[in-house]
Design a protein around this ligand. Structure first.
Ligand SMILES: CC(C)(COP(=O)(O)OP(=O)(O)OC[C@H]1O[C@@H](n2cnc3c(N)ncnc32)[C@H](O)[C@@H]1OP(=O)(O)O)[C@@H](O)C(=O)NCCC(=O)NCCS
Length: 174
């Protein structure tokens, strides 16, 4: 199994996670977002030319006021650059064998590279209902949602993992 950036000729049509919105995104929009508009990059977990999972990332920022008080004290008072984990899904046939964790760990690696090259205070995700516990296992914690988000995604929980915790996780977890 290989994790790599989506390519224009990858066949995405067979992917089924059970979440229609995520499946539609991969089938129809991931390619144009990445290759035409450059809005984000989708990384795919591929085995025998079959996409078994994907994760989409894009740069994002968090307002300092939204972070927990304890974190806020140490940071400057302007919006912080972070890596946004926009979408993550694993094909129903490949669940519970660690693929979701591998994709998430891959994103933590991207955030560490981003921190070293352009700046990155952490990874942020709007966790869907039922997925918050998955992120919590990696140390993600909830914080105040971004303005306007509640109208668009009423049930999502915005969570983040700061870069120091990411570096620790990458150093200890294989
Ligand atoms: C969430 C998802 C990506 C997890 O992928 P996966 O490959 O099955 O996860 P893993 O095999 O790496 O699971 C790692 C651990 O997390 C647990 N876990 C998996 N999904 C979980 C969830 N939704 N909530 C809590 N724990 C979860 C597993 O039980 C496993 O525990 P274990 O190590 O004790 O056995 C997958 O279930 C999925 O695609 N769900 C539908 C789409 C979705 O909700 N995406 C998240 C969008 S924010």
């Amino acid at each position: 199994m290989e994790i790599r950036a989506l390519r224009p000729n990858d066949d995405r049509s067979a992917f089924r996670s059970g979440d229609e919105v995520l499946d539609l995104f991969l089938h129809r929009y991931a390619g144009q977002n990445q290759f035409r508009h450059h809005l984000g990059v989708t990384y795919v977990a591929v085995e025998d030319n079959r996409i078994l999972g994907f994760v989409t990332v894009a740069p994002r920022h968090v307002e300092i006021e939204d972070l927990p008080e304890r974190t806020r004290r140490k940071l400057p008072r302007y919006p912080l650059p972070v890596l946004g984990l926009a979408r993550l899904a694993v094909d129903s046939s490949a669940r519970s064998v660690g693929l979701g964790s591998q994709l998430l760990r891959f994103v933590l690696g991207l955030a560490a590279t981003m921190a070293d090259t352009v700046g990155c205070a952490g990874v942020v995700v709007d966790a869907k209902p039922g997925a918050a516990d998955f992120y919590a296992r990696f140390g993600f914690s909830p914080f105040v949602p971004l303005e306007g988000q509640s109208d668009l995604r009423p049930a999502a929980t915005t969570m983040w993992l700061p870069i120091e915790a990411i570096r620790k996780a990458l150093a200890t977890v294989r």
